[in-house]
Design a protein around this ligand. Structure first.
Ligand code: PLP
Length: 414
């Protein structure tokens, strides 16, 4: 297989490992567990360590199995380079460990995955300012930018309320101001959307979710799309400016975050994720159509007070979602009307499982305020538009009829 032809998304991912030469004819990249690596001689060891020739140094900074996954994710995002981490939070944390200094400022969407919100509290305690804004309107982002703003951070479809950031216009704003635009693409995945197309410089994916897709491995990644001009970033150390500017950001992230903080992906997890990724497109098609059918069913039910799904015409960012994303994804959330106990409802479901992962093959469901957003308290929840009765659904690949019947039955009280 040559890369002359423009293969489709799934073909490219399926055949990606073969591009780099197959070890012993193995069609899957083998799981390499060695922490240390051998060299032709001591001079070569020194030369690999000095970055003068390619090669692996020590397992914490990568190995062949992880490099194969990095290449696969990079293909999916059409980036210039990708680094994998032990978890999605490991990847998001790395952006800040590696790139921010005391006195810097970040503008972030206030509609965020709960742990990212918690990370901002830590970042603030360490002397980096964070302004949380409603990023569905670029004007709010523009108004929050200061001379010290280094990063703008948004999620494509926010977990759990599904607000869609003003992705394109925020990209234009960041480009004009020379600010690094970081997009968490977990909910859309590179199959539904490539943040590179709206000017994102770095793309984060929680590989744990839809890319791995089976709830059997944790992982995260950062892809440099090549869209950001690192000569405009003031925090790059001289050490990492030796190569082309296109490589400065990832060079610093690999050393200052992966090497120094050590949130390294396990090779076994990299293998699980790589196998899962082969069916990403098929699963995203199926979960998106299941989610749309379920969102429509819930919206037409009188016992449901509100449904949040970008695929519904009633969703405030339905237009942007339809324009930018191939499908609307597997995440939806809804509120039951007052008087209906959400725990009783959850307990009546037979297929949907009360659990806190996302992007699994199975449908998972969770009462948000009582679990993943419990620690932050009622006030912060209210500011993020999280009602106390909000239920989040990560729609799986079950047969549509079975899924719809499970929910109608639980709503009817059977
Ligand atoms: C789950 C998630 C993360 C973190 O991923 P982990 O692998 O669980 O650390 C980050 N961002 C979003 C949007 C997520 O859903």
């Amino acid at each position: 297989m040559t890369d002359k032809k423009n293969y489709g998304f799934t073909t490219t991912i399926l055949h990606n490992d073969r591009q780099k030469g197959i070890e012993h004819g193995s069609l899957h990249k083998p799981i390499h567990t060695s922490v240390a690596f051998g060299y032709a001689d001591a001079r070569q060891l020194a030369s690999v360590f000095q970055g003068k020739e390619p090669g692996f140094r020590y397992g914490r900074q990568g190995n062949p199995t992880i490099a194969a996954l990095e290449d696969k994710v990079n293909q999916m995002e059409q980036g210039v380079g990708t680094i994998c981490f032990a978890t999605g939070m490991g990847a998001i944390g790395a952006v800040f460990q590696a790139l921010l200094r005391t006195g810097d400022h970040v503008v972030s969407s206030s509609f965020l995955f709960g742990n990212t919100n918690s990370l901002w509290q830590t970042t603030m305690a360490q002397g980096v300012g964070v302004s949380l804004v409603d990023a569905t309107d670029v004007a709010n982002v523009a108004a929050a930018i200061t001379d010290n703003t280094r990063v703008v951070f948004v999620e494509t479809i926010a977990n759990p309320r599904t607000q869609v950031a003003d992705l394109e216009r925020i990209g234009e704003l960041c480009q004009a101001r020379g600010i690094l635009y970081v997009v968490d693409n977990t909910m859309t995945t590179p199959y539904l959307f490539r943040p590179k197309s709206v000017g994102a410089g770095l793309v984060v994916n929680a590989l744990t979710k839809s890319i791995g897709g089976h709830g059997n491995a944790l992982g995260g990644s950062i892809t440099d799309t090549g869209a950001y001009d690192w000569t405009r970033f003031p925090n790059i150390y001289e050490n990492y400016k030796k190569a082309q500017p296109l490589q400065w950001g990832l060079a610093q992230i690999r050393a200052k975050a992966l090497r120094d903080f050590g949130a390294s992906l396990a090779p076994e997890a990299a293998h699980h994720i790589a196998v899962g990724a082969e069916t990403l497109a098929l699963r995203m098609e199926r979960t998106s159509s299941n989610a749309l059918a379920l969102a429509r069913l819930l919206e037409s039910d009188e016992r449901v007070a509100a449904v949040y799904y970008p695929g519904l015409a009633s969703h405030p960012q339905h237009g942007i979602s339809s324009e930018l994303f191939r499908k609307h994804g597997s995440l939806l959330s809804f509120e039951l009307k007052d008087g209906i106990d959400c725990f009783d409802f959850l307990n009546r479901l037979k297929l949907a499982i009360p659990a806190s992962n996302l992007g699994d093959t199975r449908t998972l469901i969770i009462p948000v305020a009582h679990t993943i957003f419990y620690e932050m308290g009622a006030e912060r929840r209210a500011s993020m538009g999280i009602a106390e009765s909000l239920i989040r659904v990560s729609v799986g690949i079950e047969d549509e009829d079975d899924l719809l019947e499970d929910f109608s039955c639980a709503l009817e009280g059977c």
